[in-house]
Design a protein around this ligand. Sequence first.
Ligand SMILES: Cc1cc2nc3c(=O)[nH]c(=O)nc-3n(C[C@H](O)[C@H](O)[C@H](O)COP(=O)(O)OP(=O)(O)OC[C@H]3O[C@@H](n4cnc5c(N)ncnc54)[C@H](O)[C@@H]3O)c2cc1C
Length: 348
Amino acid sequence: MIQRKSVTSSKEKTTMKKIAVIGAGLTGATAAANLVQQGYQVTVFDKGRSAGGRMSSKRTEQGYLDMGAQYFTARTDVFKQQVQLWLDAGQADVWPCTTALLCNEDGVVSLKSSKDEQRRFVGVPSMHSPINALLLGIPLITGCRISKLDYRQQSWILWGDNGISYAGFDAVLLTLPPAQAQQLMTQSSLPEVFDTAANLLEPCWAVAMQAEASPAGDAIFCQHPKLRFISHQQYKSGRNSCFVLHFNAAFSAEHLQQPADFWFAEATAVLRDELNIKQTIEPLVAHRWLYASQNDQTAVPGCIELPDHQLWLGGDWSYGGRVENAYLAGFALAQAVIRNYKLQQENA
Ligand SMILES: Cc1cc2nc3c(=O)[nH]c(=O)nc-3n(C[C@H](O)[C@H](O)[C@H](O)COP(=O)(O)OP(=O)(O)OC[C@H]3O[C@@H](n4cnc5c(N)ncnc54)[C@H](O)[C@@H]3O)c2cc1C
């Protein structure tokens, strides 16, 4: 659990090992914050324009649109404590959503309310606000895709695809989706670590639409040939009322290369035919996630430790996808590095 206040005081306790964290999603941010809290010198790299990864919200004239994660839940004590800190600091809020279930079996549509007791949370004012809070004060290099890693004389060099290299790191944490991590490992002549990298995370097309209509539910779970989730943003702090539709992995994969207009037409048809919306519907944003969420048929690999290379890999995929598992992976990665370093000191 990260309480930013204690960062500077505990810094003095340890020597300044330099750690590169690649990926500024929740896994990378959590690992970075935990390491900094223990006195490590951390730099975070991300290919995106800002931190957030799959928890990114898009800033538009309509306010923030959550194109990735729609909410998060907290089931473990360690994550509950972190969420409480975000709530206290106004970086997260409860999403007071009504839940519903949309089914379409052989063309027969049914929409039922499906109440549950689950507490759901959102970042405020955007889904990535908790990540920004974790990264506060930590050097973050964005717009930099790391395309190659080099381990020479017990020191890492990172090569960005902007032609810039970053040298002098004692250890590297890779917090990328497995397929991207595997690609980077291969380009760097490092060992293959995933058997099923390509299949662990599946794609999702996410589409935001504006319609002045009351939603049938704020969080609509879908058992549907095309969809997995429909969200309405009206009760999320900091957002305007609009719909976000997430198409399921099979339908997204089948039409992966289709342009935005295809997805706007599909989303309009769903809102008209399945949710019975008569008002004007306007397309806002369509976003393709190549690696969205875990395929629950595959075994979870945990975090991957390569201490001989001073290299650790992890992400939401380590424990089964979802925001909470990304947090747990970041926490576990930081603990693994700290443990390894202590062992080195004991054996020196
Ligand atoms: C459409 C969608 C809906 C979802 N809905 C929910 C939900 O409702 N609830 C829930 O709990 N979870 C949900 N999830 C899952 C949740 O968003 C993820 O589990 C979590 O955000 C993953 O965090 P991460 O840090 O492990 O990975 P990521 O967020 O993917 O972070 C990895 C980062 O690495 C960066 N990167 C990749 N390659 C490189 C490179 N070579 N160099 C530098 N940087 C690189 C990426 O830009 C990215 O920022 C959803 C995800 C998607 C996509």
